[in-house]
Design a protein. Structure first.
Length: 161
């Protein structure tokens, strides 16, 4: 199956491959697949929920790790040790559902120190206005990059996009 996926990517002519969907690291062949894509010359990214250990991921892979906020209902699943594993090629993604979520994330980043990766903070669609989040970030001089959930602006709630 790994060879088939690598060949399909090669045949499509893409240069960049992103492995995502659900929790890719929960799939038994995920690490093998990531390495195979790297070996085949692709630029490879992994988007993960942050609930599983990212240390074993091939060092050539750019890891995009979610940090779940309390408002997501999934904060208990965060594997905070992943923050220490992230480097300059990686990203930490935080989707903020409320002012309380923002303060939780801000305080966590301040207590632990900013990770070595880029930190992306997004307003949750329909829950936080992008302008409000931008103002909070600026007021606190937080070293993060504001990002909107572009897929929501393009396709809204359309499934499969």
């Amino acid at each position: 199956a790994v060879d088939t996926l690598v060949e399909a990517a090669r045949a499509s002519g893409v240069r960049h491959v992103c492995v995502t969907g659900g929790e890719p690291l929960a799939q038994k062949s995920c690490l093998e697949l990531l390495t195979a894509f790297c070996d085949a010359g692709f630029e490879v990214a992994l988007e993960t929920s942050g609930a599983m250990d990212v240390e074993p991921v091939d060092g050539r892979v750019s890891r995009v790790v979610d940090l779940k906020t309390p408002g997501s209902g999934e904060a208990a699943r965060n594997r905070l040790a992943n923050l220490d594993a992230l480097g300059p090629r990686d990203q930490l993604k935080i989707v903020v559902c409320s002012r309380g979520d923002y303060e939780w994330a801000r305080d966590l980043l301040r207590e632990r120190g900013s990770p070595a990766c880029q930190v992306l903070m997004s307003p949750s669609w329909g829950q936080v206005e992008p302008r409000s989040l931008a103002e909070w970030i600026l007021a606190d001089r937080l070293d993060v990059r504001l990002q909107v959930q572009l897929h929501k602006y393009l396709w809204g709630e359309e499934r499969g996009r």
